[in-house]
Each structure stands twice: as C-alpha cells, then as structure tokens.
Design a protein around this ligand. Structure first.
Ligand code: AMP
Length: 123
C-alpha cells in the first residue's frame, strides 16, 4: 500500500519557507536546491512542489504538467550547473529497499567527479 504523505517532512517545510535551503532553480512545479550533505562536488536535489511521497506516488497521481515541470527542471538544473559536458547521474530512492530517508519525492543530481559503477552490491 502506498505511504501517506507527511506534511511535516523536511522538504515540505522547505517548500513552505519554514526552513532555509540553498536554492539553485525553481519553476512552476519544481524546486531545486543543494543537498545539505553533498556526496559529490555537485549534489543537487530536485523536488516537485506538490505533495508526493515518492516516484510511485508521483507517477500515479501527478498531472502531466507536474511531471513535465519536474523532469524539465532536472535537465535545466544540470545545464545551469555546467555538468552536461563531463556527465552526471540522476537517482531517486523509492521506499524501504532503496533507503529513502525523506518522504517527499526528490531526484538527486550527482556530478563533478568520476561517479564509478552504477550501483553497489547489496549486502
Ligand atoms: P534519500 O536517502 O534519497 O531520501 O536522500 C535524502 C537527502 O536529503 C540526503 O542526501 C540528505 O543529505 C538530504 N537532506 C536532508 N535534509 C536536507 C536539508 N534540510 N536540505 C538539503 N538536503 C537535505
């Protein structure tokens, strides 16, 4: 069963302006900001402005305009960050097995160094 959206999760609070973020981009349907604990020299999170728990929730319920707005934001952020030439990785953790920590959909953009192989072997 799909998880219920928690309106007090940290990204909901960022969207409401209750806590600060280092914003890098915004459009009608998406907000992008620097990750507070960067794993790579460039580590940006792109989130929908709507209340969606994860990729499953978003792709089941969001409008076409919201889906377009989020994914166009990902590309725009990467271009603005200057990471297209050397390359970048997008990643979105969905649910327990993916170790999703914040229950508001977010797409990570990693760049700025060689990112290695695609995924580590599970324990
Ligand atoms: P995930 O494990 O995919 O849910 O990733 C959650 C990400 O959110 C982690 O990379 C955290 O460093 C990041 N994060 C948590 N709190 C904040 C915050 N207040 N501002 C920016 N990034 C955050």
């Amino acid at each position: 069963m799909a998880a219920t959206y928690d309106p007090n999760n940290i990204f909901a609070r960022i969207l409401r302006g209750e806590i600060p973020c280092r914003k890098v981009f915004e459009n009608e349907h998406a907000l992008a900001f620097n990750d507070i604990n960067p794993q790579t020299p460039t580590h940006i999170l792109v989130i929908p402005k709507g209340a969606y728990v994860d990729m499953d929730d978003f792709t089941a319920k969001a409008s076409d305009a919201e889906v377009a707005g989020l994914f166009k934001a990902v590309g725009e952020v990467a271009r603005q960050a200057g990471v297209v030439e050397n390359g970048y990785r997008t990643l979105s953790n969905c649910g327990r097995d993916a170790h999703q920590e914040v229950p508001h959909l977010h797409i990570h953009i990693f760049a700025g160094r060689d990112l290695g192989g695609m995924i580590g072997r599970a324990k």
